[in-house]
Design a protein around this ligand. Sequence first.
Ligand code: CA
Length: 227
Amino acid sequence: MQILVVEDDESVAAGVVEGLTRAGFQTSHVASGGAALAHVREARPEFIILDLGLPDMDGTDVCRAVRALSATPIIVVSARDEEIDRVLALELGADDYLVKPFGMRELIARIRAVARRTDDRAGDDQATSGSTTSIGPLSVDQRSRRVLLDGEEIRLTVKEFELLCYLAEDPGAVCQRSAILRAVWNGNWYGTTKTLDAHVAALRKKLGDPRWIEAIRGIGFRLDVPQ
Ligand code: CA
């Protein structure tokens, strides 16, 4: 697997590159957001480790820009141990979040877990080949991972897409928060209820009408055509 490490701190970068190489990954390193985007465009890495504190661009902007270019799994790395960053990073389409300082063992375990999850996703997509769910003007194609609303494609992050798929499995039914977190975030530590709210808000915005996803107080959410 080819991994791109985006990190401006040379000593941190050297340690990460060395550790990943020793673990058998092919690793490239860039030290700025601009170089990261150029690398993603040209070299199409299979995995990205992204430091949030970069000299030229904010890491969250880099994350958003990478997501607009590709679905490559991203683990965000940051010295900021605040939930707001975590939520923001995941909302912007990162697949996991790691706080500095971290050990190589932990980073590699996270990379493998995210890669496994992404592979499973690909496998599931094949198993349900041709499965398009239509809810009024909204159509969700799990195989191609495309979402159309009134025939127009909507671009979603990986988690927004998974959340939408989960809600779309049974339109009109109320989905419990805990069940959504388990299914979409695998019950992992970062699958907080705030993360879920942030994703619901982002999804509502992209669907252009907040009534698509109704909040059921104390229980969860339901997806249905706005009436
Ligand atoms: Ca940095």
